[in-house]
Design a protein around this ligand. Structure first.
Ligand SMILES: [Zn+2]
Length: 449
């Protein structure tokens, strides 16, 4: 990854450079990198009003200060001799990098998905993730939660991004989703029994509380940052087993309690109402999809303080793909047509009732980089732009347990910012086109003309 100085030189932005001559005895610690970002409008903390004409001062990867007005390098807190770069976003609206709480970076929808289950290797999946990580970052998402990938692929991709070997968002990775035999998450569904060995807890397939505990412990052992479980049937699993609860209550409790014991947040995929409510009663941290939520679900969400991650875009997308003959097998097509149209209504109901919402799309079920579609669907359902942005920043960071690092533009957090033309607080659709993405204080994308 190019360093700040080379980016600044290439962009003609370098304002003052460190003294070039160094004595042979000089210490080898790298010089401090300072950056001042001049923002025409700055939404530093979503939920509060934006500032006009403000500066974000960055030291190395993190925010040092937010100041009113356009601070010059000689007015900055940088010590004498430090490199200070200036990024001019005076005619842009700047806000925190967005966070998508539900993506699958190793995969993307295809009518060949079933064939890929037996042809695609983990190496293929990792290379997919390299491409999709870049698209996701370019779409303004500087952090994501990946809720389901096979093997150890997503952990390797996460680590490569954190090391600066490849570009991409910060990833909170669940690894393999924990599923019962034949559940949503058992990739061997619908295949002849001799095609795959029978999967067990080490492959994330668990029946009974002890196996569930082992499955969670194994994901954490391999590197999971959070845990995903499939509480109910799912649309895209190749089985006609419906969309209702599939883990028993004691299995749900075993997964969630083990995750919490190991200090990991737990997310539950859930469509059917009994599965939603059972997962909430067992103390899950978020419900994904929530298609058939009811008044009791809303009461439980509020009582437990759990987040709802709607993934409206997944519903709209599968409904659309189900219109193409042969895109899905018949059992999947039926579920897609049933569930697709309902998620936006479930979201509207939960939002109006005051349930906490964290932004999530299920990208991968539709093309990566189109995550912005969710913003428009949320607006269509009645959510105001400032609340939508908050759901994709402050709330999402809270759900990931990452509030100390991301979600707002405040001293101490990573300098993850995006810049757009126009005012997203008036028209959320301006977030479809991100002009500049800054991650850890470095320009990751610059599409300004
Ligand atoms: Zn998903």
């Amino acid at each position: 990854m190019p360093n700040l100085r080379s980016i600044a030189l290439a962009a003609g932005l370098l304002v003052s450079a460190a003294a070039s001559a160094q004595s042979p005895a000089a210490p080898t610690t790298p010089p401090e990198q300072w950056t001042i970002i001049h923002c025409g409008s700055l939404l530093a903390i979503p939920g509060r009003p934006p500032l006009a004409n403000a500066s974000v001062i960055v030291k190395d990867q993190r925010i040092n200060a937010v100041r009113e007005g356009f601070v010059n390098p000689d007015q900055s807190p940088a010590p004498p001799g430090a490199t200070v770069n200036v990024i001019d976003l005076k005619n842009r609206f700047v806000l925190p990098g967005l966070i998508d709480c539900h993506v699958h970076l190793t995969h993307q929808t295809s009518p060949d998905a079933r064939l890929q289950t037996v042809t695609m290797s983990d190496a293929d999946a990792a290379l997919n993730a390299v491409v999709y990580s870049r698209k996701t970052l370019d779409a303004g998402f500087t952090s994501v939660r990946d809720l389901g990938a096979s093997g150890d692929t997503i952990f390797a991709v996460r680590d490569a991004i954190n090391d600066g070997r490849i570009p991409g968002p910060r990833i909170c990775a669940a690894g393999k989703a924990i599923s019962p035999t034949g559940g949503h998450g058992d990739k061997t569904n619908s295949f002849r029994p001799d095609v795959f060995d029978l999967p067990g807890p080490i492959q994330g397939i668990a029946d009974g509380p002890d196996a569930c505990r082992q499955a969670v412990r194994n994901q954490v052992k391999r590197g999971a940052d959070c845990i995903k479980l499939t509480a109910t049937g799912g649309v895209l699993s190749n089985i006609g087993a419906g969309l209702e609860q599939q883990f028993f209550d004691d299995e749900l409790a075993a997964i969630i309690d083990t995750g919490h014991l190991l200090k990991k947040k737990v997310a539950a995929h859930a469509h059917g109402v009994n599965g939603i409510n059972a997962a909430l009663r067992a103390g899950v941290d978020s419900i994904e999809h929530g298609t058939y939520l009811d008044d009791e679900s809303i009461r439980l969400f509020k009582e437990k303080g759990a987040y709802y991650v709607p993934t409206i875009t997944a519903g709209k997308s599968v409904e659309e793909y189900a219109r193409t003959p042969g895109y899905y097998i018949p059992q999947v097509m039926k579920k897609a047509q049933t569930v697709g149209p309902l998620i936006q209504e479930a979201f509207a109901r939960a939002y109006k009732a005051g349930v906490k919402i964290a932004f999530g799309t299920d990208a991968g079920v539709f093309p990566h980089g189109d995550n912005w579609r969710e913003l428009l669907y949320m607006a269509d359902a009645g959510m105001k732009p400032d609340e939508i942005i908050k759901s994709a920043t402050v709330n999402a960071a809270d759900l990931l347990d990452w509030s100390n690092d991301v979600g707002s533009i405040e001293p101490g957090k990573y300098a993850d910012l995006i810049a757009v033309t126009g005012d997203p607080l008036r028209d959320i659709a301006v977030l479809k086109n991100i002009d500049v993405v800054i991650k850890s204080g470095e320009i990751a994308k610059d599409a300004r003309r």
